[in-house]
Design a protein around this ligand. Structure first.
Ligand code: HEM
Length: 238
């Protein structure tokens, strides 16, 4: 037999979160953390050493991983941006998709670039502090000139990204001039990655730099030819 219950009586049957039941998840987290702290070092000494030991490599690994993700996003954003201007995006992946990718990958890549830099503070070998990470060419303990190019790239990239959001205030002409600095961002990041990275010698990393670099070069070349052609057509009498 089914009986209809009013919303009031349904509410009455709902489990009431008592003060003791709301402590249970918290207690579980505390017990879990305590167990991890006690058990993990004995169970998985390598992982513990990587996270907390005197020779902790966790931050360094994560910094390198986020560096490559950031670089990939920068490359994708640049490719989409140039393909919008030289109209290749109409063929693939379509104008609106290219525009959305261009905008979002740029923001995301900037975030990854920042996380990549900040993570290095946790690496005891490289021994950077926050001020060094944020100040270009100040990392005396590790390749300051090449790390500096990455820091410059980061700040220039931030200016390019945020100028988009104030383009109505600064005007289209100024915004476009600032936007051209994205070529500099890519060049600086490429040099930074090649000359300060530990992984440059690996075949897949070398291949990635060659592929991404030559693709941006090709797209830029095509963009210049497209602009010249368009200007010629505009100059021709009807
Ligand atoms: C705050 C600014 C930055 C600092 C302090 C910084 C620092 C460093 C350092 C110290 C390395 C060498 C790590 C190693 O392999 O041992 C490195 C590598 C690298 N960085 Fe940056 N960087 C910055 C910005 C950027 C940005 C914005 C990007 C692009 C998204 C980037 C991409 C890379 C790449 C691809 C590598 C090569 C990683 C490898 O070969 O393992 N960096 N960076």
């Amino acid at each position: 037999m089914t009986t209809r219950t009013s919303s009031a009586s349904r509410q009455d049957t709902r489990p009431v979160a008592t003060s003791s039941s709301s402590w249970i998840p918290l207690l579980a987290v505390v017990i879990g953390l305590a167990a991890a702290i006690i058990i993990l070092p004995a169970w998985m000494p390598n992982i513990t050493a990587s996270l907390l030991g005197a020779d902790a490599k966790f931050y360094w690994y994560l910094s390198r991983a986020t560096a490559f993700v950031g670089y990939g996003l920068l490359w994708l954003s640049m490719s989409m941006g140039i393909m919008i201007t030289n109209k290749m995006a109409r063929v693939w992946p379509g104008g609106p998709t290219a525009a959305a990718l261009h905008q979002h990958t740029s923001l995301l890549g900037l975030g990854f670039g920042l996380v990549h830099g900040l993570l290095l503070i946790g690496d005891q070998y490289i021994n950077f502090n926050l001020a060094q990470v944020l100040t270009p060419f100040s990392t005396a303990s590790y390749l300051p000139q090449w790390v500096g190019l990455g820091q410059l790239a980061f700040y220039t990239w931030a200016v390019v990204v945020f100028s988009y959001y104030i383009r109505n205030q600064i005007g289209c002409k100024t915004w476009r001039s600032i936007h051209f600095a994205s070529y500099l961002v890519f060049a600086l990041t490429l040099l930074h990655g090649i000359f300060s990275g530990t992984d440059t010698g690996k075949i897949w990393v070398t291949g990635m730099y060659w592929f991404s670099g030559s693709m941006i070069l090709f797209l830029t070349f095509y963009r210049i030819l497209y602009s010249i052609n368009k200007a010629r057509q505009a100059a021709q009498p009807e």
